[in-house]
Design a protein around this ligand. Sequence first.
Ligand code: ATP
Length: 199
Amino acid sequence: MSGKIKIGLTGGIGSGKSTVADFLRKKGIKVFDADKLAKELMTSDEELKLELIKEFGEKTFSGGELNREYLANTIFVNPAKVEKINSIVHPAVKNKLTFLMNRELEKSNLVAAEAALIFESDMTEMFDYIWVVTADEEIRIKRVMERSGLSREEIIKRMENQIPEKEKISRADFVFYNNDSIEKLEENVSFMLSIIQKI
Ligand code: ATP
């Protein structure tokens, strides 16, 4: 491989993106998790914490940790507040992720980041290739029900908050259709990796 490549891995709820991320990690590729990073930054980045307190009040934190109940009951139920919190948190995540990916590429040629909201939070420019993992809606619902115990209605509600699968597929560089077994998915990812490593 000649170039240094950044892959952005995304997909709707239950599509299988974490499964692909884990497989890449097994292959020795560093995969950052943007959602996890966002949570870490919200409790460790002092500047970000101050901004959140300024906007949403002292109650945002309790004992240095995020006050999840307050967030769930007052922010995440209000679309304007969701937009506001995203406009504070997303730039910090993007900066940190870019820094971490660049640092990783000093010692390797390929790095990836898993993020549910690559399209929604305008992260596409950060990556060379966007990989979208998808599966038929009914399959995704069943897999999430099995994994989480959420009801069908709760899952559908969450799906409705994400951009439609069709749009994700049309904006992807590569699409993995995950309607079959995990082995088949991994085979397809290996194949794509072998192609990308020749670029
Ligand atoms: P979320 O955004 O909800 O975290 P995700 O896109 O990261 O979802 P995964 O966690 O990878 O999705 O997959 C959802 C569930 O479906 C997991 O329990 C996973 O083990 C299972 N799963 C993924 N792919 C397959 C497959 N091909 N066959 C059977 N089960 C699968």
